[in-house]
Design a binder for this molecule. Sequence first.
Ligand code: SF4
Ligand code: SF4
Length: 386
Amino acid sequence: MGVASISNNEPLICKAETMRYRPFGKTGLLVSSLSFGCMRLSDDREYNTGLISQAIALGVNYFETTRYYLDGTCQHRTAPGLADKTPGIIISGKEGIGPDQTACRFRREIERQLDILGLSHFKFFQVGWFSWGMMQHLLKRGGVLDAIREAQDQGLIQHVGFTGHDTPENFIKCIETGLFDSITVPYNMINRAYEPTIRRAGELGVGVVAMCPVAGGVLSLESDRLREALKMDLPTTEMALRFVLSNPNVSTACSGMNRTEQLQQNVKTVKEFEPGSCDFGAMCEGLDRLRVTLGDRFCTGCRYCMPCAQGVDIPRHMDIYRNWKCFGLGAWAADAVKGVPEEKSASKCNECGVCEGKCPNTLEIRKMLRELVSLGNPKRAGKSKK
Ligand code: SF4
Ligand code: SF4
């Protein structure tokens, strides 16, 4: 097994025969193009252990975890597979931030997650559920940054990243502070909202972990429209990974995996794909052409419409609408509408119109929500408020 590090004391694993590697921002680390999101692991300890060991043997050297996934069991499910292999890999931990968060509590959480994972330190620790509005809680005296700096001084953390769901513009402001070594955001061929943020991260040398490269499984469904747009005759999952990794500013595509076949297929895709062989600009143009089919109904995921006083998760519904109308995934969309929790459902909309006044893309949100209600439950559609 080779090494994939430039400046840190502990070189990362590097298995060039099965994996490709990319610089992780300015950290000096080379991260595997495919990384492992541990939030979908099953409750089969033995299987997880084998799966994670196999991922490492295939050259995956970044594992994303937090104590909070899987009802508090994510890191417990991950740890056995990492035993004795931790020096050569990055295992990221994550803790949230809010008005009540203190340096003391944040520090305790770092130690707690290290303990569960059996690590002496984190090569990466992430400030989770972050937003521009949280910056004050990060920077305040006795706040999270104090805890992070102290942990870094004591060797408990090397690099710091953040993740969350703020607007692309606000996340650009966050990375421009120079406080972070990486950003973790959802990015795939049907959700390109953070593309400007990713571009800026590339300019600043901030590493980019692209979450949800197959859109939580949506991109495992076959779509002739996507094949045509990208001019690739490949299964959608393969096209999805190729698209994400064609973006030169993405450091790694982080896929939540829980099956051996999935891992092996993703590793194969990443290994076979020569990033320079695809024209990223042409792929984006193809996807943009698809977007035109939605005309003025294309949501860019900026979230300016939120919050909704009735609790409607508007961006989630707009995502479903796009996948339905743009990518031809009607059956999936009908199921997805039914899967939205009742308290966030489009059926809660009272048509106040406030969201439309805030939407920079002037989407007819109320009309689109009505169509979705109708798709998810034709009988109930007639009862929605007019
Ligand atoms: S129109 Fe509906 S979705 Fe928009 S803010 Fe009002 S209640 Fe929420
Ligand atoms: S509906 Fe409009 S405001 Fe809301 S996320 Fe989409 S584009 Fe942004």
